[in-house]
Design a binder for this molecule. Structure first.
Ligand SMILES: [Zn+2]
Length: 118
């Protein structure tokens, strides 16, 4: 399961930072998940909650996830617009010129934004 592996990587990163800051507890972890990551947020949360209990350092850590909307870039008129829910299925066209040469833009990874420790 992809999400479980990613949750584990995040917890390793968090644990390392907590040690560097000589913290005894991690209270909150805030991350943003890029629209191109393909991560199922619920699965990620589930994995995080299961794995965080393995260490007293992270067992009380709350997880806050910010997801970003997927943006499409039109190669014909350079317009950028938010991708409809039907993307990439269905026939999406540029609202500016009606073009169909659209490129998805956005992050494809998890970024650790904030860590609250004590
Ligand atoms: Zn266009």
């Amino acid at each position: 399961m992809h999400e479980l592996y990613l949750a584990q990587s995040l917890l390793q990163q968090v644990t390392k930072l907590a040690h560097e800051n000589k913290a005894s507890k991690v209270l909150k972890v805030k991350i943003s998940i890029g629209p191109l990551s393909g991560i199922v947020v619920d699965s990620f949360k589930f994995g995080f909650d299961a794995l965080k209990r393995e260490s007293s350092l992270t067992s009380k850590a709350g997880l806050e996830i910010e997801t970003q909307p997927l943006v499409l870039y039109c190669m014909e008129c350079s317009r950028e617009f938010q991708a409809p829910d039907s993307w990439p299925r269905g026939s999406t066209t540029c609202p500016g010129c009606g073009g169909q040469s659209l490129l998805p833009k956005g992050e494809d990874e998890i970024v650790l934004q904030q860590l609250v420790m004590e």
